[in-house]
Design a protein around this ligand. Structure first.
Ligand code: NAP
Length: 301
């Protein structure tokens, strides 16, 4: 779809293609292992946004034949309860991927829970081992949103190599991994944050702008270099509507391509998470084979 000026980079069609490929891999895993690959999401005290996110993940699993499920702990659960749940899932040979739904209650140390996840099952790439592999440019599990923010460029045929990119946001789960991925793709990358003195100046020089700040309207059309490509990762609710961090109406007049919110990075994030899960399942099955362990079956749980 083309708008006045900007090409719309939609994640839905790319996600559908990815899901077709994942469904084939899932079918072949299921026939060789005697069970579908399995994902478990740990959720502590359900609130509305995390329920929506959980349902989206489970629906995505369902579409491709992945055994998706969740373990729900009540909002009073302690750090020890959550760690014990994660360790049980780590030790379960019939569970291939583990996600701990954020945010966790304030009484629980995030770091302790992240460290407890088996890096081999950490399909959302939050364990320090996977973060380190990305930093070194090696293969590990990528945080799905950061992965999607760069994959949408690659799959849309946007040139990354040699171009100037600005990433706004330096979180461990979105901004920094997106920046490392862009470096890996041979872009020249500047990371901006709240203390950046001249945000508009940095954005004006960028060929590619990835915005992951959580601040609606942070980037406007007048800040962009004409022809820039804009990836809007932000998800904000304003007046009951979901909007990104970029002022879409003005940005689309100046950009050459832009991701919409919703419908851009979000759908791709969910599809890529499924690719991470099947990869985790295949790798663990190979490991079991090399250790000559019997394949896990549903009955093992
Ligand atoms: P976060 O942990 O709150 O990090 C936000 C980052 O943006 C921080 O580094 C912060 O700088 C920077 N920032 C905030 N306001 C800024 C400003 N005015 N100028 C410059 N930098 C600013 O958030 P996150 O988890 O990375 O998420 C970022 C956004 O992506 C949120 O809107 C979130 O909802 C969205 N998200 C989308 C998906 C998806 O699938 N599309 C998935 C996850 C998250 P400091 O470091 O200096 O504080």
């Amino acid at each position: 779809m083309t708008l006045a000026g900007a090409r719309l980079l939609e994640g839905g069609a790319i996600a559908a293609e990815i899901r077709i490929a994942v469904a084939e891999d899932v079918a072949s895993f299921t026939s060789s292992q005697g069970r579908p690959p399995a994902l478990r999401v740990v959720i502590v005290g359900k609130d509305a946004p995390s329920t929506v996110y959980l349902e989206r993940i489970l629906r995505g699993c369902d579409k491709v034949g992945i055994d998706g499920g969740f373990v729900e702990l009540d909002g009073e659960a302690t750090e020890a309860n959550v760690m014990a749940t994660v360790r049980d899932l780590n030790d379960d040979p019939a569970v291939d991927g583990v996600i701990v739904q954020m945010p966790l209650p304030g009484t629980i140390r995030l770091r302790a829970i992240i460290d407890a996840i088996d890096p081999a099952k950490d399909i959302d790439g939050i364990h320090p081992m996977n973060a380190g592999l990305l930093r070194l440019g090696y293969d590990g599990f990528l945080p799905a949103t950061a992965h999607a923010s760069v994959e949408i460029l690659r799959r849309s045929g946007i040139e990354i190599e040699g171009r100037d990119a600005v990433v706004i946001g330096r979180s461990a789960v979105v901004g920094m991994p997106a920046a490392f991925l862009l470096v890996k793709e041979d872009a020249t990358v500047t990371v901006c944050h709240r203390r950046t003195r001249d945000l508009a100046g940095h954005v004006k020089r960028a060929d590619i702008v990835v915005v992951a700040a959580g601040k609606p309207g942070l980037v406007t059309g007048s800040m962009l270099k004409p022809g820039a490509v804009v990836v809007d990762v932000g998800i904000n609710v304003v007046d009951g509507r979901i909007v990104g961090d970029v002022e879409f109406e003005t940005a689309r007049e100046v950009a050459s391509a832009i991701t919409p919110v919703p419908g851009g990075v979000g759908p791709l994030t969910n599809a890529l998470l499924l690719t991470h899960l099947i990869r985790a399942a295949e790798r663990q099955a190979e490991d079991r084979l090399s250790r000559r362990e019997p394949a896990a079956t549903r009955g093992d749980r």
